[in-house]
Design a protein around this ligand. Structure first.
Ligand code: NAI
Length: 258
């Protein structure tokens, strides 16, 4: 990680939520590989510290911060630590999210589960942006990427909360993009298809049959890799994407094309 650094990222700081696992960890590693200092923020302290260790092992700079994205004070404290450690904030990947514990048609969907999903997957993204944006503005601009889903593009039967939250992330992304485009902050979203992460392991039950069922929905005949989402996130934050504003980038092997 000490060579081939990208000038877009050298001396810059990236804040990544959900960085203890899956897509977030892959993005944290990808930002560090490009030369950015990384703040790995997650409720899982152990996984978080492992992500920071993986970055440092390769010569990168990272800190791990425990942060529950549903608690404004946690988010504020994590961002304070970001500035304390690295002096600034340039990029944020608001990616922390959970899957539904069970599937049920809308009228039978439990209110408590609705609240839990909306709280983390949608309100958490709002809270992060609310506290990240003033810091990014302080040093003249930057870029934010929020994690939506294929469920932000199409409806998922039996999954009203997750579908609503992920559609909401796209709406929120577009509104924030318009709010800050003139102030040099670009806000975009990624919409991953089925990605082979611990979340997907829980979703498929980790069985060959479960995996095959998911893969059958992917026109490319495989799941995506977390690194394939990370690459898009890093690109969306780069100067190469300077004209990309309020976009929801679908990276799903063709799953939602039909
Ligand atoms: P994962 O379960 O492997 O990682 C999610 C991370 O978020 C975990 O480390 C977890 O501790 C953290 N997290 C959960 N609640 C949190 C909270 N309140 N505050 C801070 N951190 C919290 O999941 P994966 O697959 O990496 O998912 C990342 C994002 O991508 C999620 O928003 C998910 O909805 C989305 N996504 C995933 C897809 C997939 O196929 N894996 C497909 C489409 C979207």
């Amino acid at each position: 990680m000490t060579t081939n650094k990208n000038e877009n990222y050298t001396g810059k700081v990236a804040f990544v939520t959900g960085a203890a696992s899956g897509i977030g960890r892959a993005a944290a590693l990808a930002f560090a590989r490009e030369g950015a200092s990384v703040v790995a923020a997650d409720v899982s302290e152990q996984g978080n510290q492992e992500t920071a260790r993986l970055i440092e092992d390769k010569g990168g700079r990272a800190i791990a911060v425990r942060c529950d994205v549903t608690h404004a004070e946690d988010v504020k404290a994590a961002l304070d630590k970001t500035v304390e450690a690295f002096g600034r904030l340039d990029f944020a990947f608001n990616n922390a999210g959970i899957e539904s514990r069970k599937s049920a048609p809308t009228a039978e969907y439990e209110e408590e589960e609705w609240n839990r999903i909306i709280d983390i997957n949608l309100r958490g993204v709002f809270l992060c942006m609310k506290h990240e944006i003033p810091l990014i503005l302080k040093q003249g601009g930057g870029a934010i990427v929020n994690t939506s889903s294929g469920a932000g593009i199409v409806g998922i039967k039996g999954s009203p909360a997750y579908t609503a939250a992920k559609h909401g992330v796209i709406g929120l992304t577009k509104a924030a993009a318009l709010d800050y485009a003139a102030q040099n902050i670009r806000v975009n979203a990624v919409c991953p298809g089925y990605i082979d992460t611990p979340m997907m392991g829980r979703f498929t039950g980790g069985t060959a049959e479960g995996r095959a069922k998911v893969i059958a929905e992917e026109p490319v005949g495989r799941m995506g890799k977390p690194e394939e989402i990370a690459a898009a996130v890093v690109w969306l934050c780069s100067d190469a994407a300077a004209f990309v504003v309020g976009h929801a980038m679908v990276i799903d092997g063709g799953q939602t094309v039909q």
